[in-house]
Ligand binder design. Sequence first.
Ligand code: HEM
Length: 539
Amino acid sequence: MVLKLFKTAMLSISNQLTWWCEGISKKDEFSLAGLTLSLLILAIFWFVWEFVKPSKGMKSLPPGPHGLPIVGYLPFLGTNLHHTFTELAHRYGPIYKLWVGNKLYVVVSSPAVAKEVVRDHDTIFGNRDPPIAALAVTYGGLDIAWSSYGSYWRNMRKVFVREMLSNRSIEAGYNLRRDEVQKTVREIYTKIGTPIDIGDIGFLTQVNVTMSMLWGSTLDWEKTSNIKAEFREVVMKITETFEKPNMSDFFPMLARFDVQGVERNMKRLFQWVERILDAVINERMKSNTMNKEGALENEEKKDFLQILLQLQEEEDTGKRINMTQIKALLMDIVVGGTDTTSTMVEFVMAEIINNPEVMKRVQEELADVVGKNNMVEESHLQKLLYMDAVVKETFRLHPPLPFLVPRCPSQSCIVGGYTIPKDSNVFLNVWAMHRDPQFWEDPLEFKPERFLNCNGEWDYSGNNFQYLPFGSGRRICAGIPLAERTLKYVLASFLHLFQWKLPEGEELDLSERFGIVIKKKTPLIAIPTPILSNMDLYK
Ligand code: HEM
């Protein structure tokens, strides 16, 4: 049986090589010979790894499905990876492994084992294995999300959390967020009674809010309106490119060929973003020099760019950052914060429209807390307890990052009784944990009540391992306070001002499409009508 499999493996290698040879020119023949040799060595490794038992006393690797030689489990992954990984957990248990190309993936699907990774061995699992597309837009991983665990990452994260996302700084950005949300409200008002794509409007609002917080406070918006449009376009293209699985990530030895062109494409997009960032930064530096005192005096008007530029001149070397780091941090906010938050706007709205009783209750709460003659303000958000539960329940059923951002152990480590080898990729399947009937009553039903009156048992801090929409441990999402606020503020404004219904004859489809960020499979189209009688609130 084993020999037969080995024979199939060799046959498959030679087929793969024939396919490969057709597309390669003469000058690559030398590389091809190296590649052939590497693939053969890889096949032997695969054979030994899969079929030879560990020596006595050594913990074995987790169980898992056998794939094909060279490609591993790749042909069987299907399009909805979160479903495939959850089905495999039913077969192989809370921790299993699989090979994809020459990378070893370990999938964890239980809160107890997740705790071992993100709490008991958090430092060991503090690294990432950045995809090539991510390296292309972060100067090779000089941002927070993709840098390795260590002092560089720690300093960058400290700057981000303490300087940019401090309570004071988030408060200071409120006027900027408010202006953008009000612009969206006006935009929706011009379309009342007609179908609107909620995903699109959520994305536009989020990019506008993000841009405004990044550099909106002192730039002249009239002059920069085409920068805004360009920026939205490039951000959309970057998020789309991130969606595509890249063979070079599974087969690092192929990376130099960039067969699908993902790296080339991402680098081109990044040059485009950099041009925009450079233009905005230059403009800001010019206006700062012209009116230095005014800019520094006016704390209320500090946006993220202003904070970062001031950190460039910081005397404390622990805080000081250079221009490359500034741009890498800006990319984290743009890439990490836009698609995730706007996807959630769409899912929450979809769940609410699908559950009219929930919509009614959310709107009654808004009328009580905000009043029928007022706009929603961020200060209302902490009193909106039912809406908080609705958002939490949506995060449970549709966590935007279903496997978080994979962790990569810096040394081999025992987890769940198995050896997890150094440099493997560890996925925490929170999508499966959030739907596990062992931990959730009626797990597939949308019941916000489960998050009411829970005395702080459920929050986004990552301390309850059954519920981890923002991850946990040292590498938990760095943007939680901002994400939570923006998401709720946008939703509360949409729901306080408008009644939403599906177009006549349409049915709601809540199914998901897998990607780095899980999206709704079909766009949510809904028709708004104004609720409040004071039309001035819409203009
Ligand atoms: C609904 C919105 C969001 C969700 C669901 C989300 C979720 C996540 C998750 C699951 C991780 C990985 C955590 C882990 O490995 O344990 C993460 C990391 C990160 N997120 Fe978010 N995020 C959101 C919004 C934001 C926003 C608005 C920002 C920035 C303003 C942001 C910045 C980051 C950064 C910088 C990291 C990397 C942290 C590190 O590696 O140390 N995120 N996020």
